[in-house]
Every structure is written in C-alpha cells, then in structure tokens.
Design a protein around this ligand. Structure first.
Ligand code: MN
Length: 192
C-alpha cells in the first residue's frame, strides 16, 4: 500500500534565517510535519484494514493530518533563502495586480488574513480553476474551510509552532517579515 512520505526540504534548515530560525525549521519539519504524515498513514491503515468501528474519529484524523501534510508541503516550497534574488515572476505579478489592484494591497490583504486567524491556522493564496483567478483564504487548523478544486499556490502557517520560538506571541511581526522569504518563482511555476 502506498504511504505518504515526509518530503525533503529543497534548502537547509538554516537557510531562512534570520526570518525563521534553524531550530524552528528542524522542529517544524522533523517533528510536526513528520507527525502529520505518520498519523495520516495510520488512519489510512485503519481504513485499508476495513475497520469501520470508529469511522468518524478515523476520518477526522485523516482530514486533519493529510491536509496538514499537504499544506506543509506547499509551505516549505513557498519559501526560499532571503538573500536569493527572486525573478520578477511576471505572470504572478500581472494576475495579482488584476485581481487586487496592486501588489501592495494584495500583501496587506494576505497579511491581514494571516494575522486574523483565530487560534491555529493558515493564510493561503489559491488559484480558482473556475475563473482562472486568485483568491485569498483562511484555513482553520488544517482543514476547516479547506476547499477542493482550488490550487494551493502559496501557504503561510500561522500556528504558534511556526513562529513562537523566534517571535513569542508576536504573530504580526512574523507575518510581516515572512515576505522576505517568499519564493515567487515557485508560485509562477505553478501557474504554467
Ligand atoms: Mn505547522
């Protein structure tokens, strides 16, 4: 049976410093994300074995952990070292300006979405396949408000485990500095 696997990062754990520390990246990837992968596989094993005795609980676990795995996989790729030069990503830029009027306004909207998550969750940029346009959305935990048929283009984890060791409870500072490590080339590639 096919199992989900923790993806390797395409950069080293200290690459995102000083925006995100090596310590956070190690814990976040090796403990948190690895835990979601493990629990998703465990839930699938129960389903594969045909054990429906606790189906509601198992599906809940699967939804939380599998979506956690998918979101984190996009999150790692949404970032790159802060000193790496980014290309102009012309398609993304054009689409963002069409949809949100200006890049500055988009960043404000996205950041406000991230900052206003109640408790644990995410801000994401999605590609709407219906009208080939962008949407900014908020996801609670890993799965509430999660929409299918939208392509995940960019994901920002605002769970406390993503920033607490570096920023304590100052999520706003984390979100504002996060722009320095966004990998726009990755978003651009997803559009092609
Ligand atoms: Mn996380």
């Amino acid at each position: 049976m096919k199992k989900y696997k923790l993806p390797d990062l395409i950069y080293s754990y200290n690459s995102l410093e000083p925006v995100i520390s090596e310590e956070i990246m190690q814990l976040h990837h090796r403990k948190h994300h690895a835990g979601y992968v493990k629990k998703a596989n465990k839930a699938l094993e129960v389903l594969d074995a045909g054990d429906y005795s606790n189906i509601k609980h198992v599906l809940r676990d699967l939804s939380f952990n599998l979506n956690g795995h998918k979101l984190h996989s996009v999150f790692w790729k949404s970032m790159r070292a802060p000193d790496e030069s980014n290309s102009s990503s012309p398609k993304v830029k054009k689409k963002i300006e069409e949809k949100f009027k200006s890049f500055k306004r988009f960043k404000e909207l996205f950041a406000n979405t991230a900052k206003s998550v109640e408790g644990s969750g995410w801000a994401v940029l999605l590609g709407n396949e219906r009208n080939d346009n962008f949407e900014i959305m908020q996801i609670e935990n890993h799965n509430k408000l999660y929409l299918t048929n939208y392509k995940l283009l960019l994901a920002l984890d605002v769970w406390e485990h993503a920033y607490y060791l570096d920023y304590k409870n100052d999520r706003n500072e984390y979100v504002d500095r996060w722009w320095n490590v966004v990998n726009w080339d990755e978003v651009e590639q997803k559009l092609i």
